[in-house]
Design a protein around this ligand. Structure first.
Ligand SMILES: Cc1cc2nc3c(=O)[nH]c(=O)nc-3n(C[C@H](O)[C@H](O)[C@H](O)COP(=O)(O)O)c2cc1C
Length: 321
């Protein structure tokens, strides 16, 4: 008998809170579609904050250049539950992620998890054989807040931005608005119905061959036609001289912003070069790794010239509180 597909619900909200309710509703739809479902509430696990040591990306660069024989992972690997969580995620087939919005963006608990995931970068670990099989994960994203879009302006965008390191394809997303106290979302039948649909879409995507998987949400969601984010900003010169008039803050596609015949803002991706920086594409992210290496090597080569200045800042002390 074929093994059941595995779906993980990842929640960063309160126990019995609004995020948890919406994720459970999505998981129930997955269960009905014959999937084996688990729920991880990040409040139940210990996740230490990323130390910023850059040990992971330094190792990645060194293994890529043949200086280091093997990738040993995060320095915190054996110190908390992150390794266990990521291993469960990377051996599953799909995710439903529900996160409360704090200060316009995903809560710090979720971000702590997301930043630690850099050490588990899927495309690089596949390349060096540290990860045996591409999990080809798909996800449905749920942002939950007490307000409307105007107070959740970066919620889905930052959630979306946390998908790249894990090479996760987002197939649908929702912003649940107007939910303050735990259970509040049960007043909004439309939101419960949308969460169910997200579960159905995740199940549908998991049952679709990898190359044929596609966005299953509202085709007009957001402004970017590539990742459906609503944040488009005027582009500036990149490290390699490249520049676009406008860029998507989440996927990095470049193009122009126009107002269409219905007076709606429309982001037109440059048909020739606009997708070269699409962070959803492994090659584009590998190009970003080059940028990181470029900056690192430049600093290594020039660091002697700022040695004395650096020492001055190290020696300068202020009392803490
Ligand atoms: C520290 C903090 C900051 C918050 N900031 C926002 C916010 O900027 N925008 C918003 O819509 N809701 C905000 N909220 C409300 C929560 O997003 C809301 O209560 C949500 O339902 C919590 O989800 P949960 O029940 O899954 O924990 C904030 C709540 C807290 C505790």
């Amino acid at each position: 008998m074929e093994e059941k597909k595995k779906i993980i619900g990842l929640v960063a909200g309160r126990h019995n809170g609004n995020s948890e309710i919406l994720v459970k509703e999505a998981l129930m739809a997955c269960e009905e579609a014959g999937m084996d479902c688990r729920l991880i509430n990040l409040f139940d696990y210990e996740i230490l904050p990323c130390t910023g040591c850059e040990g992971c990306t330094m190792q990645m660069g060194d293994v890529a250049r043949g200086i280091l024989p093997e990738y040993k992972g995060c320095v915190l690997k054996d110190k908390d539950d992150m390794d266990k969580i990521i291993n469960a995620i990377q051996t599953s087939d799909g995710l439903v992620i529900g996160v409360p919005t704090y200060d316009l963006a995903p809560s710090a608990l979720y971000l702590k998890y997301a930043h630690r995931a850099l050490a588990y970068e899927v495309s690089f670990r596949l390349e060096i054989g540290h990860l045996k099989k591409d999990p080809n994960l798909v996800a449905g994203l749920i942002a939950v807040g007490g307000s409307r879009h105007d107070w959740q302006t970066m919620a889905l965008e930052v959630l979306g931005a946390s998908m790249f390191t894990q090479s996760i394809q987002v197939v649908d997303q929702m912003m649940a608005v107007g939910n303050g106290r735990p259970g509040n979302v049960l007043l909004h039948d439309d939101q419960i119905a949308k969460a169910r649909e997200i579960g159905q879409h995740v199940a549908q995507a998991v049952n679709t061959p990898v190359g044929e998987r596609t966005w299953l949400g509202d085709p007009d969601a957001g402004v970017c036609p590539n990742c459906h984010s609503s944040l488009i900003f005027p582009g500036e010169v990149h490290w390699d001289g490249r520049q676009y008039p406008f860029e998507c803050a989440v996927c990095g596609c470049g193009g122009d912003l126009i107002i269409d015949e219905n007076k709606k803002p429309k982001f037109i991706i440059d048909p020739e070069t606009g997708r070269d920086c699409d962070r959803n594409v492994n090659e584009a992210r590998a190009y970003h790794l080059q940028e990181i290496l470029h900056a690192r090597i430049e600093y290594m080569q020039k660091q002697d010239s700022v040695k004395d200045k650096y020492q001055m800042y190290k020696d300068k002390k202020f009392p803490a509180i």
